[in-house]
Ligand binder design. Structure first.
Ligand SMILES: C[S@@+](CC[C@H](N)C(=O)[O-])C[C@H]1O[C@@H](n2cnc3c(N)ncnc32)[C@H](O)[C@@H]1O
Length: 246
């Protein structure tokens, strides 16, 4: 019988934030497929799983390494051929294992519903193998965790929330910063100087908080962005800004 692919949200870093369902499934699946941005890089999602599982169980897992290049994806447009090839290659390799009757877990950082490769993999698998069995397991998102770490609500009452990748077009970014009550900016690390000057121009600097590596050993909170130098500040890819106007 064909087995199941579980696309499992593992939270943003702290293994204690794995759900019981996620942990049970990760223990159950003999194969863990690990997404990596660089062919020779590390998988943070795998590290979270390995920290959460008992050591002997972690060692017994078969690890299927998958390489997903980090490139911008614009929905509605054909993805870069290298990205498409990576999704298809991952789907082929995972399906071969499922066809042997072995369940596969695909751990993904945070929640699979938010900017996760999990849904691209799912779409590719369904297209290539329409009968494939796939289940999603939600996880704690980075923004929820950043909200908790800074005691900043994300939305209350009639607040309107926007969640956006900060790397996209400036026009859209400005419009959204002006039009919403809370704005969660993800993928901020390469555009900090630009973001700081845009937030300054819109008088939002003192309403913004940045959390870097939330839930990890070296978590850092920049509570008031008006105090930092946008040109000089260096932040890790695992950084999120919450702008809350009210
Ligand atoms: C590809 S998205 C993944 C989002 C993830 N699926 C989620 O539910 O949060 C990567 C972005 O998530 C945010 N992120 C992921 N882990 C984080 C962490 N530990 N601390 C702060 N932000 C994090 C950053 O904005 C990063 O650029």
């Amino acid at each position: 019988m064909q087995a199941t692919l579980y696309i499992v949200g593992v939270g943003p870093g702290d293994p204690d934030l794995l759900t019981i369902k996620a942990l049970n499934l990760l223990r159950h699946c003999p194969v863990v497929a690990t997404p990596k941005a660089l062919a020779n890089g590390n998988s943070t999602a795998l590290a979270i799983v390995q920290n959460a599982l008992p050591m002997d169980e972690a060692h017994e897992k078969e690890i299927l390494e998958l390489h997903f290049p980090m490139k911008k994806i614009h929905l509605g447009q054909e993805p870069d051929p290298e990205v498409l090839r990576a999704w298809q290659d991952a789907a082929t390799r995972i399906f071969a294992i499922l066809s042997q009757g072995r369940d596969v877990a695909f751990p993904t950082l945070g929640d699979p519903a938010i900017y996760s490769t999990g849904y691209y993999l799912y779409a590719t698998m369904i297209e290539m193998y329409p009968a494939v069995r796939v289940q999603f397991v939600p996880g704690v998102s980075a923004m929820s965790s950043c909200s908790a770490a800074t005691r900043t609500p994300i939305c209350l009452g009639d607040d309107m929330l926007a969640v956006i990748p900060a790397t996209f077009s400036d026009g859209r970014l400005r419009q959204i910063l002006e039009g919403f009550d809370t704005i969660v900016l993800m993928k901020v690390h390469r555009v900090m100087a630009h973001l700081i000057s845009l937030l300054d121009e819109l008088n939002l600097l003192d309403k913004a908080v940045l959390v870097e590596r939330v839930g990890m050993a070296d978590e850092r909170v920049l509570a008031d962005l008006s105090t930092i130098d946008g040109q000089a500040v260096q932040v890790h890819y695992f950084s999120t800004i919450i702008v809350r106007k009210k």
